[in-house]
Design a protein around this ligand. Structure first.
Ligand code: PEP
Ligand code: MN
Length: 338
């Protein structure tokens, strides 16, 4: 931490700041220029609240140098993490595509989806059985029946299953049916749920909260990693901005930024990111080009009759086209798609 004193801060103020830093366990290195004194406080205290120093008399500004997260950081682990979901590795050379409907709606719907996405090269079937809906009157998901249907469909087509964990009391259901649990954007800072997801031992797909900074997102990953669960995959799914022409603003700049700071794999969800069917494909291409380790894509046999997120769900031929296009991009950057 670096503490910059006010121009004209007097000796008693400087000494008082040094004493406070020492009380908090920091070693302090002092350097005085012609106008200002700068104090370097050494000793990693990740949960230290710098406001303890900012409010002292004579302090101009305080900067943190070390990150507040540890296990999620590149400084703690240099090599990229490869998360294993059943027989699928996320974070290696292969770009992994997870695809399927927003919600599991019926046996026919999920089987048709699994068949189409597997044939096009997806490795993981997505689908919600418990849905976080803005309205309590909207379709909430089929619950355990949906999980059973999804597992059967995934098994029939050699896919792994990713589905959303919304409620800590559903942990046993997840352990029974899911190969990977998704923590949705709305729950990114539901800390008790993050701990439960960490303890489950299944790989976790952690979506970015719609108003979350990258640092907050990595702190949420830290909750899962701190439970001794190393299999965390981050998912950029768009954030809220002032823009109204898209559902969210897909923050693709987060991909290289997160990769520089963290060893965790990052995937991109352009379906929720842009929310408009015919704009999903270009943003999927861009996600791969930006360095994502995978994509999550919503697909539906008949999007116009979907019970959730139909307008952003691709038709099967559109998904096939997307897979063909990202194969070309993957090849150009030395990666591959199944
Ligand atoms: C979903 O994947 O269908 C979903 C609800 O995602 P998010 O949490 O990103 O809104
Ligand atoms: Mn959805």
């Amino acid at each position: 931490m670096v503490v910059v004193m006010d121009i004209g801060a007097d000796e008693s103020q400087i000494e008082s700041v040094i004493a406070t830093l020492n009380d908090h366990g920091f070693d302090v290195h002092r350097s005085s220029g012609s106008q200002r004194t700068v104090l370097g406080a050494v000793g990693v205290k990740r949960d230290f609240d710098k406001r303890h120093i900012e409010l002292l008399d004579g302090v101009y500004t305080v900067h943190r140098v070390s990150e507040p997260y540890k296990f999620a950081s590149r400084s703690w682990k240099k090599e990229p993490t490869e998360a294993t979901v059943k027989d699928v590795v996320i974070g290696g050379k292969e770009i992994i595509v997870m695809a399927g409907p927003c919600s599991v709606e019926s046996e026919e719907q999920i089987h048709a989806s699994a068949k189409a996405v597997a044939a096009a090269g997806a490795r993981i079937l997505r689908g919600g059985a418990f849905k976080p809906r803005s309205s309590p009157y909207s379709f909430q998901g089929l619950g355990e029946d949906g999980l059973v249907m999804m597992c059967e469909a995934a098994d029939a087509h050699g896919l792994a299953v990713v589905t959303e964990l919304m409620d800590p009391t559903h942990a046993d259901l997840m352990a029974k049916y899911a190969d990977m649990v998704q923590i949705g954007a709305r729950n990114m800072q539901n800390f008790p749920l993050l701990r439960v997801a960490g303890q489950l031992g299944l790989p976790v797909l952690l979506k970015r909260g719609m108003s979350a900074s990258i640092e907050e997102w990595l702190m949420s990953a830290e909750y899962i990693l701190a439970e001794d669960n190393p299999n965390v995959v981050l998912c950029e799914r768009g954030i809220r901005t002032f823009e109204t022409m898209t559902r969210n603003t897909l923050d693709l700049s987060a991909v290289p930024v997160v990769k520089a700071r963290s060893h965790l794999p990052v995937i991109v969800d352009p379906s929720h990111g842009i929310g408009i069917r015919d704009k999903v494909l270009p943003m999927a291409r861009a996600g791969v080009a930006a360095g994502a380790d995978g994509l999550m894509i919503e697909v539906h046999p008949d999007p116009d009759s979907a019970l959730s997120d139909g307008p952003q769900s691709l038709l099967f031929p559109q998904f096939e086209e997307l897979m063909g296009q990202i194969r070309l991009i993957a090849e150009a950057i030395g990666r591959n798609v199944a």
